[in-house]
Design a protein around this ligand. Structure first.
Ligand code: PLP
Length: 399
């Protein structure tokens, strides 16, 4: 897509940088940076309580951002949108404020082997603390979930099913609509980790019928420090606050505190106001490009890169699901992924190397880590050619 010129960092480095670490974080377009600068230059004030013009403007911008998020993920009500620090905090919020409130010894939580640590460790710790069991949906060699195991894994003692929409390591797109339906037949709520899907697929939480959906702004061209928890109103209304302090209360006396209504009850303290404004601008930006266009463009890049890299002798792609997004994890002969990444960096190619916060998945494949190139709207086929050529050089150096 012809968008590189809209990203100042990419403009600055020009042809000397092929940034392929988009699954970790994306670059920010000028419109997002401008929106945040504009806020600080013209509107900066605290929100909700400031009885002056700037306070009203800042509040309107922050609450406007909430409405933009609602519309972007097709939530029914703006009250169902809670701003968090990111996907990680949103998962932890659901763990502490919802599941921890009613999980008992002998109950279970179901996740999958491909989960990011953000959607793995909080559940594992909770289960350990409560003598509950953590049940894991396995995958096949291609990196696709074995959904046939759900019948056995989900039962009347399952408190939640928490699953990623798209794997950050394999690129696998999970059949979440079908999974949600299966869980709901047994009255089990479902949390979807949308950290990787939010920028690549149209997300319609009402159509999916998920109970919780989490994502981080920084993976969709927005700033760091802002993320979202979507939760159906029924759940949110009955959940305990996550943190206590200013803005989440209705009244406080020496003897008693009553809580504010949703979603404010879950946003204690001064929130990341400029970041929320930046997020809304990023969502507008993506909306204007069209997610179907983004999907088509990045799918073509994935297809092209897969073909190119498959031709390299000794290169093994980890994650070959039928339904995949533009994430390419690979090993190269017995060269350490960090060596690959370092040598590519010397040639101006930024990729990721390591376990990608999915150590259980690495254990499943019996490897320490992979090299990972992840593509988005500003990557090009020419950059992929450069990657393939650079990988061939790496092999020569190690030969
Ligand atoms: N879930 C997935 C699938 C991810 O890829 C990531 C980040 O890489 C996260 C959760 C955590 O996101 P954050 O670190 O922004 O909270």
């Amino acid at each position: 897509m012809n968008v590189k010129h809209q990203f100042p960092l990419l403009q600055k480095y020009g042809d000397t940088l092929a940034y392929m670490d988009n699954a970790a974080t994306t670059q920010k377009p000028q419109v997002v940076i401008d929106a945040m600068v504009n806020y600080y230059e013209n509107t900066n004030a605290n929100i909700h309580r400031s009885p002056h013009r700037l306070g009203a403007d800042a509040t309107a911008a922050y609450e406007g951002a909430r409405e933009t998020v609602r519309s972007f993920i097709h939530a029914k009500k703006v009250e169902e949108i809670v701003f968090t620090k990111g996907a990680t905090e949103a998962v932890n919020l659901v763990v502490q404020s919802y599941v921890a409130q009613h999980i008992r010894a002998g109950d279970n939580v179901v996740i999958s082997i491909m989960e990011h640590h953000a959607n793995f460790v909080p559940w594992q710790i909770l289960c350990e603390e409560r003598n509950a069991s953590l049940r894991i949906i396995p995958i096949n060699e291609a990196g696709e979930l074995d959904v046939s195991t759900l019948d056995d894994l989900l039962d009347e003692r399952t408190k939640i099913l928490a699953i990623s929409h798209i794997s950050n390591t394999l690129g696998t797109i999970n059949p979440i609509k079908k999974i949600i339906k299966t869980a709901h037949k047994k009255n089990i709520p479902v949390l979807i980790d949308g950290a990787q899907s939010i920028a690549h697929r149209v997300v319609n939480v009402q159509d999916l019928d998920c109970d919780f959906f989490v994502f981080s702004g920084h993976k969709i061209f927005a700033p760091t420090g802002i993320g979202v928890l979507y939760a159906k109103e029924n759940y949110l209304k009955n959940m305990r606050p996550y943190q206590y302090g200013g803005d989440m209360i209705l009244s406080v006396t020496v003897n008693k505190t009553t809580f504010n209504r949703i979603p404010y009850r879950f946003e204690a303290g001064t929130p990341p106001i400029a970041e929320a404004i930046g997020l809304a601008k990023a969502l507008d930006f993506v909306h204007s490009l069209g997610r179907e266009n983004i999907k088509a463009y990045t799918s073509e890049l994935l297809h092209y890169a897969t073909e190119k890299l498959t031709q390299i002798e000794g290169l093994r792609i980890i994650g070959q699901a039928q339904d995949k997004t533009s994430i390419l994890s690979f090993t190269l002969a017995d060269i350490h992924p960090h060596d690959i990444a370092t040598l590519l960096d010397q040639q101006g190619i930024a990729i990721r190397a390591g376990h990608h916060c999915t150590q259980p998945l690495m254990e499943h494949y019996g490897i320490a880590g992979t090299a990972r190139a992840s593509f988005t709207i500003y990557n090009t086929k020419a950059e992929i050619d450069k990657l393939a050529a650079a990988l061939k050089e790496v092999i020569k150096m190690f030969a």
